[in-house]
Design a protein around this ligand. Sequence first.
Ligand SMILES: [Mg+2]
Length: 221
Amino acid sequence: MEVKLLSEVDLANTDLVLLDLDNTLYNYHTCHAVAMDALCKQFGDHYQMSYEQVKHLYGVCRQSVHNTNHGTAASHSRLFYVQYMVEAAANTTDTEMILKFYHLYWDTFIAEMKLFDDALPFLVSCRQQNVPVVMVTDMTAEVQFLKLRKLDIIKYLAFIVTSEEAGLEKPHPFVFELAINKVLKSNKNIVNIAVVGDDVKKDIHVSSVYSITNYHLPKHG
Ligand SMILES: [Mg+2]
């Protein structure tokens, strides 16, 4: 179901919300753009490469990591993207430079993050109506935890499931079932589930056991 705002999710008839993070609660693209800008400038300064050369190298290394780790959280690993970039530029695995540029990317990204206007009111409504929220998100766990800390919304989440933890990415049913099972341990009365996210291909779950409504928000950026 297409919705424009999180407030359109029918919480009155929902027992559990499975909620996406990136591009659902904040704008991923603007944060990535600022982080890429910092990475291209500093990497280029260090290895005497032009901005465009670094950007191109990032794209090549990203594709290489995607090819090797297709369908897993590691396919998004900026640590591996940057490792391949440093190896290409320095012809050795310079771990200090890899860590430096890895942290530069994420520190810049996270500093730029801010919640969409409808995100906090939605999480507050879920809490007021006693609807547990499980974050279900594709990406490495530590980075997602740091993003949640920055957004200061961990207190609104019952649990978190990352694709790194699951070993598979959305929309694989196992990822969503893992999230549901975490809640079932203390709450057996789960019938109606809302899956909420921006990606019509990934934020989607089908079940013969539960009544699931898949809500899709507009794509940002
Ligand atoms: Mg998303």
